[in-house]
Write a protein that binds this ligand. Structure first.
Ligand code: ADP
Ligand code: MG
Length: 705
């Protein structure tokens, strides 16, 4: 008998050689192997007689072999056989399968799956010995993606063997479910591989989806407990005076911080600042996710939190995905909080050393900050635009903080900011280790960005329109010598964004080729305009130079990869063109669109697409009509296959193989089941999460130490 934890090496039919190969794709135990799921199923369940055979129809029949032969033609071999049933006679033929011919025994009856061809025979049919529990014929047949060292047929045989000898896993969850709602675990695993009906595939998958969601909830709960147990966080002062948790909205002063802001905070900002500061007064480390549309004003929230922490005597790390963003935050926060000590931390080949400030300081930077966390010992870590952080960077950060030996009992507070809209109820249902704050309104007076989908045929005329919008042509920029500030500033600017071609989102060479080509084309189309090129393969110095020029408006048109997506503030830019927009998910498009109109001017987004697919056009049209990021994210979710969803990766959703976070009904069932599990505390010890939610640990652990 096997259990889910039996090593594959102990399974009959898997020798050391195969086991080693399987281990390279992380298949080590029976459980791993059983969760190697069919890509699809082929319906070979239709049983017919020879007389009933129809051209090209995939069927199974029972046929008695009356003869078989094998002969060679050069290096190739051909096998023939004739079978009969009570209704007729059929010829079968295979290529290069000599062992098959020798297996066929005259006068024996076999199950044969295949299609009748126009010459009245079956070529390459599948043959199986006659019996009840077939695995290759006469049923829905699982087809798997290629696996090293094991052929499809063998794979099915081994899986069947395992399932036949599997001790059913203990299944407390099944007892908590309404009768007959979903199958038990053993049945689900069997049905996934050898389903009786297509309906059974669906319920089996749902049953595993439920296990997955329970595993995710369990992990989330464990993370929370672990980090509450592990240390205390530094706190800010308790509020004094009147209701400082809710800074009065009529005032421009965020009371606690005693800073005067150049604008009035929105109600949502006030509320969220209150929520964050409330957390920072507790010794339980905060792990709060701050969601807010692009331009909703998250930076000032981060600033207030940082300033409070610093005034309480603790340093703060603000970690951003790009150097450009680091510079920009530095400038912005300098304006808003002139007295806040701050320091830029970047990697530079020249500047290897890092000097720690004497006083509590806000350290702003990219992953260079992460490398310094053990020195900085921040009381608060803020991640901005978190969806852009790679897995490695973020898990690395955990290690770094853990290495801090001098204050092993201190855990920092974590604030993670993202423009990724994620349905609130969903987050709270699944993740108990995260608190959530949402800025759900934009500062007053923002005009919605007018968005048009531009087909290929209108490309030229829309470029002409852009030229008009950019206003009078300014004298060409002197290339050298003249300081930027003395050049005539552009009154309007256009951003032209080319997609990342490589989905890994690093600046692959083909991206550079595409963006460079567009740059050449645009420069030719706008001979009198100052056109610049920006992408991640330029030197950091050049990138900074270009963004400075755009910022100082000595550039009219910036052609760029989505590097600008990450929250770069270009207040003068009023037009954004998105090339090959069908390649972006709706949430990404929305983020890009948010790059323009940030000074409050009427802004425009032109969505270019040469795609001929109606579905792509449809999706882009929806994008042009919907201005709300949350709504767009929901749409992205519905068309999950089409769009990419930010925020799924770092929340561990993309490791879900069965569950979809659009299936709210199942998520609700998972929640109630999870709660029931916890009420049965003695039995709970028996419940083991089926899935290992590794990613949730590395991705959203609040770097506790
Ligand atoms: P995001 O949420 O995308 O990070 P930012 O924090 O960069 O947004 O804010 C976008 C712009 O709006 C900035 O120029 C910022 O100074 C400004 N801003 C923030 N809050 C307000 C407000 N309450 N009223 C007016 N402008 C604001
Ligand atoms: Mg931002």
């Amino acid at each position: 008998m096997y259990s889910l934890s039996t090593p594959l090496l102990d399974v009959k039919g898997i020798g050391p050689q195969i086991a080693t190969k399987l281990a390279t794709i992380q298949l080590v135990t029976v459980k791993d192997f059983l969760l190697w799921l069919p890509l699809r199923y082929e319906d070979r369940s239709h049983l017919v007689t020879i007389q009933e055979l129809k051209l090209n129809e995939l069927v199974t029949l029972k046929g008695k072999v009356i003869n078989s032969s094998n002969f060679y033609r050069g290096r190739r071999s051909i096998q023939n056989a004739t079978v009969v049933d009570e209704t007729g006679k059929l010829k079968l033929m295979w290529f290069n399968s000599p062992s098959l011919a020798s297996r066929l025994v005259k006068d024996e009856t076999y199950l044969i799956s295949g299609k009748l061809n126009d010459r009245g025979m079956m070529v390459q049919p599948v043959v199986e010995n006659l019996r009840d529990d077939t695995i290759h014929t006469n049923r829905l047949i699982p087809l798997y993606s290629a696996m090293p060292a094991i052929k499809q047929g063998t794979l099915r045989r081994i899986l069947k063997h395992i399932l036949d000898f599997l001790t059913p896993p203990s299944d407390i969850v099944y007892q908590l479910l309404e009768p007959a709602k979903l199958p038990d675990l053993g049945t689900a695993l069997t049905q996934l591989h050898f389903p009786d009906t297509t309906e059974m595939i669906v319920t089996a998958r749902e049953r595993l989806a439920l296990e997955e969601l329970l595993s995710l909830m369990d992990k989330s709960k464990a993370i929370k407990q672990e980090w509450i147990d592990q240390g205390t966080a530094p706190t800010i002062a308790q509020p004094t005076g009147r209701q400082p948790t809710e800074p009065t909205n009529s005032s421009k002063t965020a009371q606690l911080t005693q800073v005067t802001l150049p604008f009035e905070l929105t109600k949502a900002q006030v509320r969220v600042i209150g929520e964050v500061l409330q957390d920072l007064r507790q010794t339980i480390p905060m792990n709060r996710l701050l969601l807010g549309d692009v331009g909703s004003g998250k930076t000032v929230v981060a600033g207030v939190a940082a300033w409070e922490m610093i005034r309480a005597g603790h340093s703060v790390a603000l970690i951003v995905p790009t150097r450009i963003l680091a510079d920009q935050h530095l400038a912005t926060l300098e304006k808003l909080f002139p007295n806040m000590p701050r320091q830029l931390v970047i990697t530079s080949p020249k500047k290897k050393t890092f000097t720690l400030s004497e006083q509590p300081t806000l350290y702003i930077g990219t992953h260079a900050v992460i490398n310094r966390l053990s020195q900085i010992k921040p009381g608060l870590i803020i991640y901005d635009e978190q969806h852009r952080f790679g897995v490695t960077q973020r898990s690395y950060s955990g290690e770094e903080v853990n290495r801090s030996e001098t204050s092993p009992k201190k855990s920092p507070h974590i604030l993670t900011m993202s423009a990724t809209p994620i349905p609130r109820s969903l987050m709270l249902t699944i993740f108990s280790h995260l608190s959530l704050s949402v800025i759900d309104e934009l500062p007053q007076g923002r005009l919605p960005i007018k968005t048009w989908v531009v087909p290929q045929t209108k490309r030229a005329s829309s470029l002409a329109w852009i030229d008009e919008q950019l206003g009078p042509v300014l004298p060409p920029a002197p290339t050298t010598d003249v300081p930027l500030s003395s050049q005539t500033p552009a009154s309007n600017q256009a951003l032209i964004v080319c997609p990342f071609i490589d989905p890994s989102r690093i600046e692959a060479l083909e991206n550079i080729a595409a963006v460079t080509q567009t740059h050449t084309e645009i420069q030719a189309a706008f001979p009198n305009r100052r056109v610049a090129l920006l992408h991640g393969r330029l030197t950091k110095a050049r990138q900074k130079e270009v963004t400075d020029q755009v910022y100082e408006r000595s550039i009219d048109i910036l052609v760029t990869t989505p590097i600008v997506e990450v929250g770069v503030d270009l207040p003068a830019a009023g037009i954004i063109v998105i090339e090959a927009a069908d390649r972006f998910g709706l949430a990404s498009l929305h983020q890009l669109r948010g790059r323009v109109g940030r000074a409050g001017q009427q802004a425009y987004c032109l969505v270019f697409s040469a795609s001929q697919q109606p579905a792509a056009f449809d999706r882009l049209t929806k994008f042009s009509q919907i201005t709300n990021g949350q709504a767009l994210a929901e749409l992205d979710l519905e068309n999950r296959g089409a769009g990419d969803i930010f925020g799924t990766q770092q929340h561990g959703f993309d490791q879900l193989r069965f569950a979809s976070w659009t299936n709210l009904e199942l998520i609700t069932l998972a929640r109630t089941t999870f709660e029931k599990l916890h009420q049965l505390s003695p039995e709970l010890a028996k419940w083991q999460p089926l899935f290992d939610m590794r990613q949730l640990a590395t991705e959203t652990t609040p770097l506790a130490n």
